[in-house]
Design a protein around this ligand. Sequence first.
Ligand code: ZN
Length: 342
Amino acid sequence: MIRLQKIVNETKFHNPLKGFALTTIINEMRFDPLTGQRVRIMPMRNHKLPRHDWTPFVEESQKRFCPFCPGHLEKATPRFPDDMIPSGRLKAGQSVVVPNLTPYEIYAAVAVMCPDHYIAMDSISQEMIMDSFRAALEFLKVAEAYDPRRARYGSISWNYMPYSGGSIIHPHLQILSGPEPCRYDAELISHSAAYLNQYGRNFWADLLEYELDKGERYLGRVGNTHWLATFAPRALCDITAILPNRATVADIEDQDLRDMAAGLQKVIRYYDQLNIASFNATLYTARSEDNGFWATVRIVGRYTIFPLVGSDYSHLQVLHDEPWTLHVPEEMAAELKEHFKQ
Ligand SMILES: [Zn+2]
C-alpha cells in the first residue's frame, strides 16, 4: 500500500515585492512513503543558480599535492594488508581502490575514479562511473570474504566537488563496509522488511508500479534500472534509481552497473544545465537475510545560493534533522524525463 502524503501550508503577508498587497505563499511538507521522514519544499523553481566556475579551485588544488594523481598514487596512498589483497590495491579499468587514510569505518576505502585530476560534469563518462563502481563492489566482496563477521554491510558513495563535502577534487568514491549499516541505510532496510511483513509485498516493487502508473515522477528505464524523481526529497533534485530484484553486493552484475552509469550520466548532465555544480550519490545494498529490500541508487544536487562561499545546509538539516529543498519533484521530472528519452 503506497501512500504519498503531503501537507500544503499557506502563509499570508503584505508583500513588499507586490506593493505590499496581501499575498499567500505556499510551501509543502511531504512524508517519505517508506520511512515516514518529513521534508519541506519551499518552491523557488524560478531561482536560477549562478554558474559556478571551478577553474580557480582546480588550479589552486593542482599547485598543492594530490595523492591521487599519477606518479603520486603509488607512493602516497596506503596499501591493503597483504593477507587481504596481496597486490595491495584493486584495479578495474582506470580506477584504483586504496585504503582511506582517515577511515571512519572498519573497512573504509577510496576508489580513485580516473587518472585525471579534474573531470568537468559534462565530461563524466559512463565508462569512468562503471569501472570505479565495479572496482568498489569488488572491494566490498573481498572485504566480506576476508572478514565475514565484521564486513557485513557495504555502501558506495560519491562526493563530487567541494559543495558535496569532498575534500579532494580528484574524482573518487567512498566505500564503507562494517558490521552495521549507516543510520539511514538501516532505516531503508528495516522499513522495507516491516512493509513486507505488514502487506506481504515488496515496497520497492509496489513503489515502482505506483510511479509507473502515475507517471508524474517516473523518469524512465535504462536497461535493468528504473529512475524516479523522489517524492520526498532529502536535498536538491533528489533522484532514486531502483535495481529490481537486486539486494546484496553479490547480486549486482556488470550490466546493472552499466545501466546505473548511463542513468547517472543523464542526471549529471541535467544538473549541469541547472548550474548545480556539485552532488552526492550513494549505492545502497543490504544482506540476503534482509527481506523486502531492493538495491537503490540515490543522487542529490549540492550548491550554494551565494556564489563561491556558503552552504545549502542550514539549522533545518543540521539541528532539526529536517531536510528541505527548492524544487517540486513533479516539475523537475517533467524536464528530466526528456533526458531519459534520449
Ligand atoms: Zn589529482
